[in-house]
Design a binder for this molecule. Structure first.
Ligand code: IPM
Ligand code: MN
Length: 352
């Protein structure tokens, strides 16, 4: 049988994006040669610089092109010279929505020997997954200004939740929980006491779908209490499912308890289509070009990509190589790693 050949679109993007993606690609080369699969990378220069040059964020034609790949590997989107929202909506959200990547999968896992700010908690306590809805909610962009610029101005931003959108996300979370096979506990995170329309739909849908998954224990927590428990009792969680906005917020907190933005990765997943993987930390402009940014988040995102395209052994190789590398690092923070960006990439590649 001929070796598989994957087509991967790479969008290094802004700031430190290109630096961390370069290290991820180094690791990809190492693991592909070990696991004997082939791949072809196609680079796209979408991001702040291109926007400044051409006024273009992501053309519709690019969206069509991206649909032809096996996966997309993204560095970071966000440029200090470009007004917030333009690139994020015009590129990142356009891909998430346009490719219907309705799941944002964000594992929160503390590896051995990694410092966490949570006292007396270790790798056995901090190991859960957040399934964030990725195409609806407050991110939908629905809303309006009334009387803009006057003293009677009103601005609304609507949380848009469809039964179908909520259901497919919840279903994915139940499946994810079953496949993970750990505590077999799925927690719905919401705000049913205040968001009495949106989370009523979430809760009803959750309870209905739960009947099909009798092997999974179900649970509910308000989003504010969830933040408290991430700090106090992170071991309570196994899989969490939540809406787009809450998922965005709690996964930054999740990133901190797993060792920081330097290691937190995520996948924008369309289980039936093309998925995109990225470090969740952003473009970190102040560290750009200094060889100080931590590429492990991007490398972990590569691991998730490999898992999604079906190279689960390669994904495990990447994770194990990351575990070996973090054990030698005094810190996962930019500039404090005891080595440079490229050394971290070399170390992971060598440990493959
Ligand atoms: C994330 C980011 C994005 C989001 C921004 C850059 C639009 O914070 O991936 O978590 O809010 O989803
Ligand atoms: Mn975020």
């Amino acid at each position: 049988m001929a070796a598989k050949e994957y087509k991967i679109a790479v969008i290094p993007g802004d700031g430190t994006g290109p630096e961390v993606i370069a290290e991820g690609l180094k690791v990809l080369e190492a693991v592909a040669s070990k696991r004997k699969f082939k791949y072809e990378v196609t680079n796209y220069d979408f991001g702040g610089e291109r926007y400044k040059r051409t006024g273009e964020t992501l053309p519709d034609s690019a969206l069509e092109e991206l649909k032809k790949f096996d996966a997309i590997y993204l560095g970071a989107i966000g440029h200090p010279d470009v007004k917030p929202g333009i690139l994020e909506v015009g590129i990142l959200l356009k891909i998430r929505f346009g490719l219907d990547q309705y799941i944002n999968l964000r594992p929160v896992k503390l590896y051995p020997n990694v410092w966490t700010p949570i006292k007396d908690k270790g790798p056995e306590d901090i190991d859960f997954v957040v399934v964030r809805e990725n195409t609806e909610g407050l991110y939908k962009g629905m809303g309006e200004f009334k009387n803009k610029g006057t003293e009677n101005e009103v601005a609304t931003q609507v949380s848009y939740n469809t039964r179908k959108g909520v259901e497919r996300c919840i279903r994915y979370a139940f499946e994810c929980c079953r496949k993970r096979n750990k505590k077999k506990q799925l927690t719905l995170v919401g705000k049913t006491n205040v968001l009495t329309y949106a989370f009523d739909l979430w809760q009803r849908t959750f309870d209905e779908i739960a009947k099909e998954y009798k092997d999974i224990k179900t649970d509910y927590a308000h989003v504010d209490a969830t933040c408290m428990w991430f700090v106090k009792n992170p071991e309570w969680f196994d899989v969490i499912v939540t809406d787009n906005m809450f998922g965005d917020i709690i996964t930054d907190l999740g990133a901190m308890i797993q060792g920081g933005m330097g290691i937190a990765a995520g996948g924008n997943i369309n289980p039936q289509g093309v998925s995109m993987f990225e470090p969740i930390g952003g473009s970190a402009p102040k560290y750009t070009g200094k060889n100080v940014i931590n590429p492990l988040a991007a490398i972990c995102a590569l691991g998730m990509l490999l898992d999604e395209i079906g190279e689960s052994k390669a994904a495990a190789d990447v994770e194990n190589a990351v575990i070996k590398t973090v054990a030698k690092m005094p810190s996962l923070s930019a500039g404090k790693m005891g080595m440079g960006t490229r050394d971290v990439g070399d170390s992971v590649a060598k440990n493959i």
